[in-house]
Design a protein around this ligand. Structure first.
Ligand code: OAD
Length: 262
């Protein structure tokens, strides 16, 4: 990980007044939650999203779809927030304590950001921890895991589905509005751990840049947006984010001790 890039990003972060971060599955990879498109262990390498993550798949086989989502829900409940999640929660604290604004947009449904201490998280693709009644739309949280029956049902016997965005469905309007508003008003935008191929989430970095923000990508690999950001930082988010936050906000201690990250 290039130290000059870390220094430049940290310095810009220290001076930023309005920061937006968007995360994808990569930020939870170090919490042992599989991503979707990674070459080997990505979910979409083992499962066909069109057979599991669409309304048509649910209508055709609600038992199989809810079993698969409950398997993922249980895995997310057992997962532990990693240093990347924790660093983003601290970034929010530091920016807001300086009177700045911070918005965390996530495509992830695992709620690890919230468990790490992030507040007011914008869940663009919903949450696997929330299940909703297919008839009334009423949301249910903190349901026992794993479910005892599939598809799970309410006490009135109506089916429950995961409150996540499936392919072909619209994103929650309130989440979209917040994402557009924050991305068009920020002076720094981070894209972390996302392949940036699913829209509209993948488009917010362009909106931020068009509105004058400095843009950063933290990703283990090259992505569709790497060539267009001001600072492409190649590396694991669980290592990069703590370094960025520490260099930005512990600069006195770190500078005195010399570079703590050789
Ligand atoms: P992907 O699996 O498409 O991309 C994960 C990205 O994280 C890739 O670019 C990896 O290189 C990178 N990555 C993996 N491990 C990392 C690490 N330790 N540190 C940093 N980066 C790492 O997942 P998403 O981009 O989140 O849609 O996928 C976007 C959407 O597509 C998901 O929200 C889901 C999926 O289908 C819906 O559920 C609607």
């Amino acid at each position: 990980m290039d130290q000059n890039t870390i220094d430049e990003i940290s310095s810009a972060l220290r001076d930023a007044r309005s920061v937006v971060v968007i995360t994808g599955a990569g930020v939870s990879a170090e919490s042992e939650i599989p991503t979707f498109r990674d070459a080997m262990e990505g979910l979409w390498k083992s499962f066909d999203p069109m057979k599991l993550a669409t309304p048509e798949a649910f209508d055709a086989d609600p038992e199989m779809v809810t079993r698969w989502y409950d398997f993922r829900r249980t895995m997310c409940l057992e997962a532990i927030p990693n240093p990347g999640h924790i660093a983003l929660a601290r970034m929010q604290d530091e920016i807001e304590s300086r009177g700045g604004s911070f918005t965390l947009l996530t495509q992830n449904v695992d709620r690890l950001h919230q468990r790490a201490g992030s507040r007011d998280v914008v869940e663009l693709h919903g949450s696997i921890m929330v299940w909703r009644c297919v008839e009334t739309g009423r949301q249910h949280v903190d349901l026992p895991a794993p479910f005892k029956e599939f598809p799970p049902r309410t006490s009135e016997g109506t089916m429950l589905r995961p409150d996540v965005v499936w392919f072909g469905e619209s994103l929650p309007e309130a989440a979209l509005d917040r994402a557009f508003e924050a991305s068009s008003a920020c002076d720094m935008f981070f894209s972390v751990g996302t392949s940036a191929v699913v829209y509209p989430a993948a488009g917010f970095v362009d909106l931020a840049r068009q509105c004058g923000a400095k843009t950063v990508e933290v990703n283990r690999d090259e992505t569709a947006i790497s060539g267009g950001v001001d600072w492409p930082l190649r590396g694991a988010s669980g290592e990069a984010l703590p370094r960025l936050v520490s260099f930005a906000f512990d600069q006195d201690e770190v500078r005195e001790e010399g570079s703590a990250f050789e």
